[in-house]
Write a protein that binds this ligand. Sequence first.
Ligand code: NAD
Length: 465
Amino acid sequence: MTAVQEKAVNSTAAQEVRRLRATFATGRTRSVQWRLDQLKAIETMLTDGEPAIAAALASDLGRPANDTFLGDIAPPLAEAKFARKHLRQWMKPQRVGVPLSQFPGRAWYDYEPLGVVLVIGPWNYPVYLTIGPLVAAIAAGNCAVLKPSEHAPATAAVLADLVTRYLDTDAITVLEGGAEVTQDILAQGLDHAFFTGGPEVGKAVMAAAAPHLTPVTLELGGKCPVFVAADADLDVAARRIAWTKLLNSGQTCIAPDYLLVDASVREAFLPKLADAFRDLSPNRDGGRQLPIVSSRHAQRLADLLDNHGGEVLLGGGAEPDQRKVDLTVVVDPNLDAKVMQEEIFGPILPVVTVESVDAALAHITSGPKPLAAYIFSGSKALQRRFRKTVSAGAVVANHVAMHVLVPELPFGGVGNSGMGAYHGKWGFETFSHRKAHLNRAVRPDPRLLYPPYNAITQRILRFVF
Ligand code: NAD
């Protein structure tokens, strides 16, 4: 056995996966009651654990407690409640019709758990984006390994502690660590890998899953555009954009990445946007010195402002060593500047003036498909045109990011922003195998359906099949 093979067999990941596989083999995670109990336990865990989670997120991300409730407690709690309410309905086998060739017979499909699955979480909403997929994995009857992000280490430690205290640890485990731990878990050949993070790491996860044919769901990122049309309600647009951009210092995968503003409303809109940022920022200062996850990311954001070629409307400062960056609005940067080419994932907002709807649509559709695209417009016809023209994980009219809170909508990307989806029943489907069943009656069993065929039986076969 080579050293690599030996590690794959004896590592903590290997032992944990073996332990979970043994639990899955007992069949206990398949029962409805086990699933309901674990979902209820997640709700209790999140409610009881909120103070510890808030403290950990304050340490990891500098996040205020109320934002933690909004971003990391309320959404997975709602997911767990929704799943518990609908689980029995989701699990019902679905009868389907059979063609003449299969008469008499009965056909149906049902949902089978996949086995032992992996959830790889990012650092930006480290509880929501780990426990949300776990809700779906449990609802579907799986055992699960959670690998929270090493970039939010205090939260990862709290998650490991809470899961141990509240959930069935024979079926659910948390493995802390970085990329090498994730790679080691993937090397065990799991039954599904659910990844949330950036497209580059997504490729590494997919490559590590490929040798085992482990199916993947990739929840990735990208540049989410917001188009502010000539007939938009500018006050509402400014407020909603500012609020969702300020949340978690802009480190949100579905936050506005950049704005396209119709030239006819540019002058009226920019002061409203600046006012909204001043009004809604934590110290009513327009968002000075917002906390960033690490100095490396703060430096990356500062670098994005190099040679942008635009005019700074708000902010502009960064102190990477202090993990701080100002909310910065840059008006009309060069379209080939870094800030317009790379996903921002922080409190920087470029605003680009567009001369027409056509120009806005052409800009959006010329880039990779975003995770979400937003339009502010009072015109139903324009909203429809935007929806039909722009391919994105989601399209929202007159708000930003709120689709994430509708559990009946699939949440996921397309193209560069990801593959697969979850939330509500979509998550249950993602973590289930849709198993096909056909039961045929033994009689009748006419001889003429079997070879050798003559001219008459061939005609009958052509009619029946
Ligand atoms: P990250 O650096 O925390 O990485 C995510 C996870 O991948 C971590 O658990 C990490 O340990 C693991 N990882 C890193 N390198 C790896 C490798 N080589 N092999 C295997 N695993 C590896 O998070 P990030 O990627 O910086 O997150 C930010 C990105 O996530 C942004 O692009 C953002 O848009 C995206 N995002 C998407 C969603 C969504 O729901 N679609 C949500 C949040 C964030």
